[in-house]
Design a protein around this ligand. Structure first.
Ligand code: HAM
Length: 553
């Protein structure tokens, strides 16, 4: 027996009834985003690797260790070769027929004075192609209409071979087949691609590509979708995980740099978490300053690290040279007391950055959104400037960040775009689900019940195939009618016996509708309400209304 295949480590299947919770979360998020005037953006799940290297930063954990990257291999580009050949062959006026019959190996037919030529473009000379071409020539001779369209003359074949690609055989002429070697580079250039580890870089790429800044408007965009990081899987940490995120970005004239935007995003998040029923979150807030502030802070850190570096982990020793700020991301327990003695970024902020941060906190105070300052919150991605934040939740254990985000005023320029300050966040949907499931287990919120309004049970002689088919068809038509009125309907099967139909109905619906031969004749259906136990006879025309308002016991 062959080995059973399983979902790859760090990925998982999401199944009902849990997916109902996922849908509820996404519906709540969409509703909140709509109220704050955000529109949805969907970017591809894979992008040019350079986007993340430049956007997120080469030295970050994400880019240096966690990306799913592959070379989109080199391929022979037959179109480029054909173009090159035609360009170099202007001596005849040619007409082409029968293009691209690749299965037969014939790519084109052209008519020359006195004869016709079947053309084949290939990356290398292959005997099978030569044979196919010979057969095509024979077929063409016996069916002059096919290739000659009424002309007289010979049919010849020509194989055009890309010589630098692979020169397999030295054959200049083979009977009726001529062989041309064509020099040139006919490969489609390979590209390094990466499954997106996060969505901000992709959104900013799209902002630049579609010139969204030229509208002059602030762009408020949200996304919901999978992200991929090759991390060590554990509770709340997966290799394919889902983010619900949003970005506010625009030219400075649109107000994109204003601290009000930061405060509005944070206020929206507190509303979203409240509406999702997440109690007990903490908003941790910091400012990593402007690029100049960060450069100053990096120098201060580098100097402070010199005497202590020898006692720190290998990663910190490397980071101290390449990007000292990343030392603050270190999770190695022995390094923590050392990191606590390092200078804090707040002391390196210039007046403008300090004022920006003060305005953010003042607006949060006014809106009544609670937060705590965390000096070590520099976030694991390089694009951040000024405000950075995380919402954490105690119930999540080691992976306690429900969501993270911040301002990225220089990202657009880093990706070759215009100046476009922005701020955004991404929420780990998997972690939200874990938190909500834990709340349900604590009895803090009721589990979402998915129960159909009615189960339609076609019931007849299970051994009579014609009756089973007739009742099933009638049941489908009744279900269609009821579903169109907005009712949630589960459909049974006439091959089930009475007992089985009732057992299934009780598990999935509040009521059962019995559809037998009698009911089919009379148009009066039997409905049983499982909550009250009451059984009623209902005319088909009144059924939808009856099912929508179940009897009160
Ligand atoms: P991030 O902090 O890397 O930020 O990820 C945001 C959230 O995604 C985390 O707080 C966490 O809830 C979730 N998450 C990250 N990795 C995993 C994982 N392996 N398994 C499960 N959940 C995970 C960003 O991605 C930025 N793009 C956020 C942002 C948007 N900043 C500005 N705009």
């Amino acid at each position: 027996m062959s080995q059973t295949l399983k979902a790859v480590r760090g990925t998982r299947d999401l199944l009902p009834p849990e997916t109902a919770l996922w849908n509820r979360i996404e519906a709540t998020a969409r509703s909140v985003f709509a109220r704050y005037n955000f529109g949805e953006i969907r970017t591809p799940v894979f992008e040019d690797t350079a986007l993340f290297a430049r956007g997120v930063g080469e030295e970050t954990d994400i880019v240096s260790k966690e990306m799913y990257t592959w070379e989109d291999g080199e391929r022979f580009d037959i179109d480029a070769m054909e173009d090159a050949w035609w360009r170099g062959d202007k001596q005849y006026e040619t007409r082409l027929y029968g293009m691209r019959q690749d299965r037969y190996g014939v790519n084109a037919v052209r008519h020359l004075p006195g004869d016709s030529e079947l053309l084949m473009f290939r990356s290398r000379l292959d005997e099978a192609d030569v044979k196919q071409l010979e057969q095509a020539i024979l077929a063409g001779k016996s069916n002059s209409q096919l290739y000659e369209t009424g002309r007289d003359g010979d049919i010849r074949g020509r194989i055009v071979v890309a010589s630098p690609f692979t020169r397999v055989a030295e054959r200049e002429r083979d009977g009726t087949i001529a062989i041309d070697y064509l020099t040139g580079n006919f490969t489609r250039s390979s590209q390094s691609l990466t499954l997106r580890p996060e969505n901000t870089a992709g959104v900013v790429r799209a902002y630049i590509e579609h010139k969204l800044g030229e509208t002059g408007q602030l762009q408020k965009l949200y996304y919901i979708g999978p992200q991929f990081r090759r991390e060590r899987p554990q509770k709340g940490r997966y290799r394919q995980f889902y983010q619900i995120g949003a970005e506010v970005i625009g030219p400075p004239s649109s107000g994109s740099e204003s601290p009000l935007r930061d405060a509005e995003v944070l206020e929206m998040l507190s509303t979203l978490l409240d509406e999702l029923g997440i109690a007990g979150w903490t908003l941790e807030l910091n400012s990593v300053g402007s690029a100049a502030d960060r450069a100053r802070y990096n120098e201060a850190l580098r100097a402070a690290l010199v005497p202590v570096l020898g006692q720190m982990c290998q990663d910190c020793q490397r980071r101290a040279v390449t990007n000292p700020l990343r030392v603050l991301d270190c999770k190695v327990p022995e390094d923590q007391p050392i990191i606590d003695t390092l200078p804090v970024i707040a002391d390196s902020l210039d007046e403008a950055s300090k004022a920006h941060f003060a305005a953010v906190t003042a607006a949060l105070d006014a809106a009544g959104v609670p937060y705590t300052r965390n000096h070590r919150l520099v976030r694991g991605l390089d694009y951040y400037t000024r405000t950075t934040f995380e919402f954490t939740h105690g119930g999540l254990g080691a992976q306690n960040a429900l969501l993270g985000g911040g301002r990225y005023d220089g990202l657009s320029e880093m990706l070759g775009g215009p100046r476009a300050p922005g701020i955004g966040f991404a929420m780990g949907e998997d972690r939200l689900v874990l938190t909500l499931l834990a709340n349900e287990a604590d009895g803090k919120s009721a589990p979402p019940q998915v129960v159909a309004d009615a189960f339609i049970a076609p019931l007849g002689d299970t051994k009579d195939e014609a009756s089973v088919a007739r009742l099933n068809a009638a049941a489908l038509s009744l279900a269609r009618e009821l579903r169109h009125t907005g009712l949630y309907i589960e459909l049974g099967d006439a091959s089930f016996r009475l007992k089985k139909s009732f057992e299934m109905a009780e598990k999935t619906a509040r009521q059962i509708v019995i559809l037998g031969e009698d009911e089919l004749q009379s148009g009066i259906l039997t409905v049983k309400d499982f909550v009250t136990g009451i059984q009623s006879k209902v005319p088909r025309a009144e059924l939808a209304i009856f099912l929508a308002e179940p009897a009160k016991g």
